[in-house]
Design a protein around this ligand. Structure first.
Ligand SMILES: [Zn+2]
Length: 190
């Protein structure tokens, strides 16, 4: 029997996905957007990625319709990067790859971060179901919480604002509280 046509289509579908998200850094940028990172400088600081590369990857994600650049909700000239519905539909892939990494490469103490169902605080299974109520949990109902493998900060440690903010449980897709002083200081922000 001839090779079914859909075999070719399947291969093609995966390679097309990888054309978008297979570049180094790209899926980490998408993951950070799920975590609530929205500003260019915060992506750059958290991922420690060269700014030119970040610009390139964000441009590609916007061209692919995975992310969008919109005015900052608080006003001003600043813009933020957000996932589109097409980008949000990448969540099962990000979750599955994170679970795979936890299974095979987690620190000895356990994973650094744990996804929980916001409604009952129970951890999720690797396939995204709640271990308490068995619901398939929507991305907007997931809390990202520190896990046992997350090393505690010791005095004198410096940490980028995103890593610091993620030491507190945080609902996915909601903006991280990274710049609380922005509205109270009078202008003069770089
Ligand atoms: Zn639940």
């Amino acid at each position: 029997m001839a090779l079914p046509r859909d075999y070719t289509a399947l291969t093609c579908a995966l390679s097309r996905s990888l054309e978008i998200i297979g570049e180094r850094w790209t899926l980490l940028i998408v993951r950070d957007a799920f975590y609530g990172v929205h500003r260019f400088g915060d992506f750059a600081a958290h991922l420690d990625i060269p700014r030119a590369v970040l610009t390139d990857r964000l441009t590609a994600l916007i061209e692919a319709g995975v992310m969008d650049r919109t005015p900052h909700p608080a006003g001003g000239r600043r813009e933020v990067y957000v996932l589109t519905p097409k980008g949000i539909s990448l969540w099962p892939s990000v979750r599955a790859l994170s679970a795979w990494g936890d299974e095979h490469y987690a620190p000895p103490d356990g994973p650094r971060r744990i996804f929980r169902h916001a409604a009952d605080d129970a951890p999720l299974t690797p396939d995204g179901r709640c271990t308490h109520c068995d619901k398939a949990v929507d991305v907007a109902d997931i809390l990202l919480t520190p896990g046992p493998g997350l090393a505690p900060l010791t005095p004198g440690d410096t940490e980028d604002p995103v890593s610091r903010a993620l030491r507190t449980p945080h609902r996915l897709l909601e903006p991280l509280p990274l710049h609380p002083s922005r509205r109270t200081t009078k202008g003069q922000h770089p």
